[in-house]
Design a protein around this ligand. Structure first.
Ligand code: UT7
Length: 327
């Protein structure tokens, strides 16, 4: 590491649609109740995009806010990565829309697909560009609009998701105590069908149009996978921090289900008063979940300069990952 830079989180931003959808709304479509959704997931409401909104428009707003909160100009950005499984178009990529909206000079700008772990995949790539000196400032965005893929006759899935975008600017810094200490990302394609979001280009015309159009998930199996991975990632990070003489001030997990978080906390013994949870307001916003919670933690003072954060995510692919970062 001698001679290499460290990458620090310089600023963040987030954007959610203005339309609030409370749990009660779903009783118009499926046999469910506010009580069931709250007690089984912790979610009270979520945001859905309206006409003219997309993962690209939300991503642009989040990116602009992150840029405004930094002391940088658009021409300072060296790389843009947008994590999304619901891009506005397959081409041009969301990152190109964000690039144009900010008015950046010609730089690399691309999307990546790693579902709910996408923001940590983007952070891993940004970290490597920054540590090797290939970039000085990287804009990473997680943005998804899974409401556009929901089947409002499937109560197992339609109540879980919301739309949103979160962004962060990471900068190279000579400081060794601050910044990204480690980012770990994983995938296992074996059980990939547990979460399926259909694409626009398929190998053959779908036999069942409904199967083709909507997100499908095996909630019960994904629940078990999520608890297992969150326990592994948290245990691993606690050990890594202990060996480095650090403690974790705030855990920011993927916001999907309070029961997943509670089960992992119980198993690892991590204190619940050091966990950032905002899923009651937004539901599962996929790649946007961790950066929205990160932005809220910073804006509300839950996370302060000098704090060490553990970010943890898991989702479709299947993918999972974590990051240990000192602010
Ligand atoms: O980010 C990765 C993507 N995230 C996920 O895939 C979510 C992970 N999974 C979960 O959060 C939970 O598994 C769910 C919230 C999806 C389901 O909770 P659960 O406690 O695992 O319920 P279950 O699937 O074991 O189903 C229990 C019962 C079933 O009825 P029967 O078969 O026992 O009669 C379901 O049909 O609850 C029923 N149910 C519902 N009832 C009312 C499922 N969804 C609903 C609903 N309202 N919305």
């Amino acid at each position: 590491m001698i001679g290499l830079h460290n990458s620090v989180i310089r600023s963040t931003g987030c954007s959610v649609p203005s339309r609030v959808v409370p749990n009660e709304w779903f009783t118009n479509y499926v046999d469910t109740s506010d009580e069931w959704i709250r007690s089984r997931t912790g979610i009270r409401e979520r945001r859905f995009v309206g006409p003219g909104e997309s993962s690209a428009t939300l991503g642009v707003t989040a990116a602009k806010l992150a840029l405004e909160s930094s002391d940088l100009h658009p021409e300072d950005i060296d790389l843009i990565i947008c994590a999304t499984v619901t891009p506005e178009n397959m081409c041009p990529q969301n990152a190109a829309v964000i690039h144009a909206a900010l008015g950046c000079r010609p730089i690399p700008a691309f999307d990546l697909s790693a579902a709910c772990t996408g923001f940590l995949y983007a952070m891993s790539i940004a970290d490597q560009f920054l540590k090797t000196g290939a970039a000085r400032h990287v804009l990473i965005v997680g943005s998804d609009v899974l409401s556009r893929t929901l089947d409002f006759t499937d109560r197992n899935s339609c109540i879980l998701f919301g739309d949103g975008a979160g962004a962060a600017i990471l900068s190279a810094s000579p400081q060794r105590e601050r910044g990204v200490h480690s980012v770990k990302i994983y995938a296992d394609g074996g059980p990939r069908e547990l979460i399926h979001v259909p694409g626009l280009v398929t190998p053959q015309p779908p036999a069942d149009q409904k199967q083709h159009e909507h997100i499908r998930l095996n909630g019960r199996e994904v629940f078990k996978f999520a608890v297992r991975r969150m326990i592994e990632l948290t245990t691993d990070a606690i050990l890594e921090c202990r060996l480095a003489g650090r403690s974790i001030d705030l855990l920011i997990p993927h916001q999907v289900n309070q029961r997943i978080i509670d089960a992992a906390l119980e198993s690892t013994g991590f204190p619940s008063d050091r966990v950032m949870v905002n899923l009651e307001k937004y539901g599962n916003t996929s790649a946007a979940s961790v950066p929205i919670a990160l932005d809220e933690a910073l804006k509300t003072g839950r996370a302060k300069p000098g704090d060490t954060l553990l970010l943890v995510a898991f989702g479709g692919g299947l993918t999972w990952g974590s990051a240990i970062v000192t602010l």
